[in-house]
Design a binder for this molecule. Sequence first.
Ligand SMILES: NC(=O)c1ccc[n+]([C@@H]2O[C@H](COP(=O)([O-])OP(=O)(O)OC[C@H]3O[C@@H](n4cnc5c(N)ncnc54)[C@H](OP(=O)(O)O)[C@@H]3O)[C@@H](O)[C@H]2O)c1
Length: 435
Amino acid sequence: MAEPLRIALAGLGTVGAGVIRLLDTNGALLAARAGRELQVVAVSARDRGKDRGVDLARFAWEDDMTAMAARGDVDVVVELVGGSDGPALTLARNAIREGKGLVTANKAMIAHHGMELAAAAEAAGTALRFEAAVAGGVPVIKGLREGAAANAIERVYGILNGTCNYILSTMEDSGADFGETLAAAQQLGYAEADPTFDIEGVDAAHKLSILAGIAFGSAIDFAAVDCSGISRVRAQDIAQADALGFVVRLIGSADVDSTGAEPKLYQRVQPCLVHKDHPLAHVDGPTNAVVAEGNYVGRLLFQGAGAGDGPTASAVVADLIDIARGETGTPFSVPVAAMVAMDKAQSGHRTGRRYIRFTVTDRPGVLAEITAAMRDAGVSIESLIQQGRPEEGGEVLVAMVAHEGPESGVSEALRLLEGSPSLTAPPLVMPILGA
Ligand SMILES: NC(=O)c1ccc[n+]([C@@H]2O[C@H](COP(=O)([O-])OP(=O)(O)OC[C@H]3O[C@@H](n4cnc5c(N)ncnc54)[C@H](OP(=O)(O)O)[C@@H]3O)[C@@H](O)[C@H]2O)c1
């Protein structure tokens, strides 16, 4: 058998400790598949004394994780620390500069610096892999980059954040409101103490920007992702969606808009109504799922655990097996020099049905005001529901479904209603994803 692949592991938290456990449990199987042993030689984290449930005494310890890049006894550095910049990025840059392979689960770093790191890896002739950065244990990068490589991908979209999906599907089951469900999710470990990145869609946007780069060969452009999260979704929205035959899911969606002279990149993360017959409607709890539509293969669905020590370690170690086998290739689906920088696509002309919910004061004339704004903006209303009668002087929810039409019409209607004393909060618009 060939010489072992020697690994330095930075970060011994959920994923890092999971990687060590996986390597210990499946060692013989991995060596057989990789053709050589996968051998950790050095580890690093902040607190050397912390009990992580794995035996670390057999590995060299580095207090400064960035020093691992310079170790002569290491072939591959695995970065499982997190953060788009800071020590994780320094370690990544140093490792590649030293000609070492780099494996990371760090979607924030790849979304912000993936092109730079990939260019450096290509120039150094070394491997950069990040399967775990998108959808945790689900092999969607490999699936698109390799399995679907023969296709022009027309669209890629999916459920990219397990925390949001857990919250939305729990709200669906329990009828509870967002705040209450988030608090319960935090207690159960499904949401972080500071959940902002997850619930406001930033984490999903990181993953979407990486997926778009892989799917379309476009330059990664995280800043161009339009992003809104789930914190404004109410229990009544979910109940209303249910009555109409839909569930609410946070969907990240990307495609190339070829309607103009130059192709443009459309990337958006937002809560959507998903028809109950669509495969994404059945993705519950912390699960992730990605749909890719290829021009020859048709619709592909990748689904599975998007987080957790075991599933994420599974993706990290799969990358290590590829490197051990010498199967590296370019980090993205095409070399960095061939990745096309595309302008951001505007969304006004995109057609579809939309769910629009207003919170209004309970007084006569409000419905007429809303429907007049819709009429003046050319938006045709398919159904309109006023939800219940609140106590004296309270707030009423008015939900409607707009017929198929351009997004610009709904935007114009909302502009006409801006500043209206009838509205107690900004309206919530959710596109409708058919079956
Ligand atoms: N958790 C998941 O399910 C999951 C899924 C997909 C991707 N990821 C990504 O995987 C990465 C790791 O996530 P995680 O959940 O394992 O995080 P975590 O549990 O918070 O672990 C982070 C680790 O990094 C170490 N660390 C932090 N700052 C450090 C520094 N300056 N120098 C050295 N070590 C440092 C910590 O050390 P101490 O333990 O000593 O504090 C800890 O061991 C992140 O990029 C995350 O986005 C995670």
